[in-house]
Design a protein around this ligand. Structure first.
Ligand SMILES: [Zn+2]
Ligand SMILES: [Zn+2]
Length: 134
């Protein structure tokens, strides 16, 4: 299922460690998309029909996903980040703590699990720093 106009998703709280983020691809590598059946969780729940009196469905099974074979990945490649917004220029605080101008989350630019050096992991926003007083 190829999505040419994917919605902006906030699915990356931390960067995947098995993906390299470099300037070759604008810190937005192509990766295998999440499995459409299990959404990358590798397993999914099976529920009963809702109880007619309570309206509550009971979980009866949690089993490995046969669509992706338990890998959690679909077979199509999609850009890691959906955010194509123009880079935003901000002043970098001396302590490295920044509030993202896109999604508003605070993060430390020294934490490479949440910052690629060009994009914020959570929202994919490209951020350019001013480091000295102009
Ligand atoms: Zn799956
Ligand atoms: Zn952000």
């Amino acid at each position: 299922m190829r999505r040419d106009q994917p919605p902006l998703k906030l699915r990356h709280s931390r960067l995947r460690s098995d993906v390299a983020f470099t300037s070759d691809h604008d810190h937005n590598p192509l990766v295998l998309d999440d499995c459409p059946r299990c959404n990358g969780y590798r397993k999914y729940d099976v529920f009963t029909d809702p109880d007619p009196e309570t309206g509550i469905a009971r979980q009866i099974d949690l089993h490995g996903c046969e669509v992706c074979g338990g890998s959690g990945r679909a077979s199509v490649q999609v850009p890691y980040f959906d955010n194509a917004a123009e880079p935003i220029t901000v002043r970098l605080p001396a302590n490295g703590l920044l509030r993202c101008p896109c999604c508003g989350w605070g993060f430390n630019v020294r934490d490479r699990a949440v910052w690629t050096g060009w994009r914020h992991a959570r929202c994919g926003q490209r951020i350019r720093f001013i480091t000295s007083d102009a």
